[in-house]
Design a protein around this ligand. Structure first.
Ligand SMILES: CC(C)(COP(=O)(O)OP(=O)(O)OC[C@H]1O[C@@H](n2cnc3c(N)ncnc32)[C@H](O)[C@@H]1OP(=O)(O)O)[C@@H](O)C(=O)NCCC(=O)NCCS
Length: 164
């Protein structure tokens, strides 16, 4: 499929926010979805965007058709690895519109992220993915990404201690 990649502009804000919301909501566990409202998540995302996008090194890349319709998004940046203390290239978001999935766009955006990371002189490219996101994990594993750390969380039920 013919595609071009370009840097996002202010005009892509609606597309960016919608893709961010869809990916975030899908990435939540069912327990978190039950606890949180869509409105709350959208508001929290707006705050997060303000903080993260202000950091240097961010690039938001839009994949679009020759007609100029956006179909995919890569948000690339830098993140401090809290274990090694090193700054690493980081994929904050990778999303493709449902109608355009399984056509190689996600893989091409990941290749693009790798090129950016190499250009920036990073030794590592990382990302975070939900355990239940089997499709994305499959794609990442095919491209050589390995699980190095697991985030473990427990939703605390009001008024009780479930673990003993
Ligand atoms: C994950 C995502 C970006 C993949 O984009 P995509 O354009 O469909 O991926 P590609 O077409 O490049 O897939 C390449 C390969 O990855 C694997 N893959 C991708 N999606 C898969 C799925 N749902 N199930 C199993 N394997 C999958 C396949 O091996 C695929 O090759 P194939 O189609 O020849 O079998 C897309 O599914 C998406 O936007 N999901 C919702 C947002 C999201 O979860 N993003 C990741 C956040 S960490």
């Amino acid at each position: 499929m013919e595609l071009r990649f370009r840097t996002a502009t202010r005009a892509d804000n609606g597309f960016f926010r919608e893709m961010e919301f869809e990916t975030t909501w899908f990435s939540l566990s069912s327990a978190d979805q039950a606890r949180l409202s869509e409105r709350k998540v959208r508001r929290a995302l707006d705050d997060t965007h303000e903080i993260l996008l202000a950091r240097p090194g961010n690039r938001v890349v839009i994949a679009e058709t020759p007609e100029g319709d956006p179909v995919g998004l890569l948000w690339y940046g830098v993140s401090r690895n809290l274990i090694s203390g090193e700054d690493e290239a980081w994929i904050y978001n990778l999303s493709v519109l449902p109608a355009f999935r399984r056509q190689g766009i996600g893989r091409r955006l990941l290749d693009h992220a790798e090129s950016l990371a190499r250009q920036d002189g990073h030794a590592v490219l990382g990302l975070m993915v939900s355990q239940h996101n089997v499709g994305a994990r499959q794609l990442y594993e095919e491209l050589g990404f390995e699980t190095t750390n697991l985030v473990m969380r427990r939703v605390l039920q009001p008024g009780g201690s479930e673990a003993s």
